[in-house]
Design a protein around this ligand. Structure first.
Ligand code: QVM
Ligand code: CO
Length: 472
């Protein structure tokens, strides 16, 4: 099979502003007026050596502005200590899977002055206290100017919550106007604190705290109307190792499937914590939704893998030079039904198809819903990277697909058509790498049937990124 996706991992040093992209096919819907902002790594090659992993690359912001049938494009690196050091020819800060060379003394000193992290927030874009921020899993959001994409700086919270790790996937309760996230505090006894942050505020409030001796690597979590739920995959770390091993962050984690999978369930109003458990070992990055069924049962839907091999798959060496059998690990959309009172967990496959980077119409978060959009795998056991856009019907298990040979889409972002009721009445925005020309384009699909609406060409490549957000 010919796979030419490598351009998606090439550095993109060119920062441009293009007032009007060429619309190569179709036309933008007249109602579509807003901005898609995306984040992702755009530089891996250093003066000496290369970063190890897809999650390590230097953050670049991308902005697609849509109005009056036109699309403009701007991209800019996030201006951070990590980026400046690399421009000066040195790697000075820890990334997900790459560490600079350091003495033990320096490592420990840095641990306590908190400068091991160079603010390379390359995962997603959010909004905190009215500011647009780039976010990653170290709780130091980096504010930037929405128009110019110029970096403003690390956004400070005004509270006393402490923790070293969080997610780049906060949840939002649009009625209560609060955001939720967790903050992991490493210690002899580590804890995951669930906090809420009112819109417009910098003051987080601790809702409840679950403890863990060996914290799990959890890239996202779920909220239902009543609970915040942490699905603790058995990819776990001994916090001492993180402090002393001298290995990059993720290499300190161990796959311990015999632990099974624990769920920490925090009551959003009382802060009470209960635990549930299954002997089955699962791993995943992305929760899809969670819905309360009756009083004390939660249906939690998530893209899962039977193990954490996917983390290895995303090393650049594996992606770019791996042997032909180095294919994308199989995933599925699975529903875990949790009985909060008894701690019992059962689960079943909802959609038996491989994909990741799932999105829903977020108005349906915590509510009964039907559709998931994701970055899909055309052929299990053959594709190395996601190469389709899929739409899942979680009730029937039906899969719809958009695909095009040698075109590599990313995360599909759903935008609802204003003033409509149907869950899937809207468009999907997707940045696709066209590996036949080594350039990218913004693809608009009708979310109902995945038919093409328009394509707007960027005259250079947009490296494969992670997440984005649409703002009106
Ligand atoms: C120290 C550290 C880091 O889908 C994309 C996922 C991306 C995830 C990323 C980029 C995670 C990065 C995590 C850089 C962790 C840094 C932590 C949390 C604890 C400190 O003690 C040590 C700086 C290595
Ligand atoms: Co993510």
């Amino acid at each position: 099979m010919s796979v030419r996706f490598h351009k998606g991992f090439d550095d993109q040093e060119n920062e441009v502003t293009i007032p009007s992209l060429e619309i190569e096919r179709g036309a933008l819907p007249t109602w579509l007026s807003g901005t898609l902002m995306r984040n992702g790594p755009a530089r891996f090659r250093l003066d000496e050596g290369t970063l190890n992993h897809w999650f390590d690359g230097l953050a670049m912001l991308h902005r697609f502005d849509m109005a009056d049938g036109r699309v403009s494009y701007t991209n800019k690196f996030l201006d951070t200590p990590a980026r400046r050091a690399i421009q000066d020819g040195r790697m000075r800060y820890s990334e997900f899977a790459t560490d600079p060379c350091r003495s033990l003394f320096k490592r420990i000193a840095q641990q306590f002055v908190g400068s091991r992290f160079g603010a390379n927030a390359n995962v997603t874009v959010g909004k905190i206290a009215g500011e647009f921020v780039a976010q990653t899993e170290v709780p130091m959001p980096v504010a930037f100017d929405k128009e110019t994409l110029d970096t403003i700086g690390v956004l400070g919270y005004e509270d006393r919550l402490k923790g070293q790790l969080t997610t780049a996937h906060p949840h939002y309760d649009r009625e209560q106007r609060v955001a939720f996230n967790y903050l992991l505090k490493f210690g002899v006894k580590s804890s995951y604190g669930i906090y809420e942050l009112p819109a417009g505020s910098r003051t987080r409030r601790l809702v409840g705290e679950a403890d863990a001796r060996k914290p799990s690597y959890m890239h996202s979590f779920a909220i239902s109307a009543k609970y915040a739920i942490l699905m603790e995959f058995p990819l776990v770390v001994n916090p001492l190792r993180l402090l002393l091993s001298g290995r990059p962050f993720i290499e300190n984690y161990r796959w311990e499937p015999e632990r099974g999978t624990r769920f920490s369930i925090v009551d959003r109003s009382t802060g009470d914590v209960t635990y549930a458990h299954t002997d089955e070992a699962w791993f995943g990055f992305h929760h899809v939704n969670a819905v309360d069924r009756g009083d004390d049962v939660i249906d939690l839907d998530i893209i899962v893998y039977p193990n954490a091999d996917i983390v290895q798959h995303f090393y650049l060496e594996s992606l770019l030079d791996g042997p032909n059998h180095n294919v994308f690990p199989d995933s599925e959309l699975r529903r875990f039904t949790i009985d909060v009172a008894t701690g019992a967990v059962t689960s079943r496959t909802l959609v038996d198809h491989s994909a990741d980077l799932p999105r829903i119409n977020y108005a349906y978060n915590t509510k009964p819903y039907k559709y998931v959009y994701a970055n899909g795998i055309a052929e299990r056991g053959r594709s190395m990277l996601p190469d389709t856009i899929v739409k899942y019907d979680v009730e029937s298990g039906e899969v719809k697909e958009w695909r095009h040979d040698n075109h590599f889409p990313g995360e599909p972002v759903f935008v609802a058509r204003p003033n409509v009721d149907a869950e899937d009445d809207g468009v999907l925005l997707n940045v696709v790498l066209d590996a036949t020309t080594d350039t990218s384009y913004l693809l608009l699909l009708d979310a109902r049937d995945l038919s093409e609406i328009a394509q707007a060409r960027v005259p250079q490549h947009v490296p494969f990124g992670f997440h984005g957000t649409y703002v009106r």
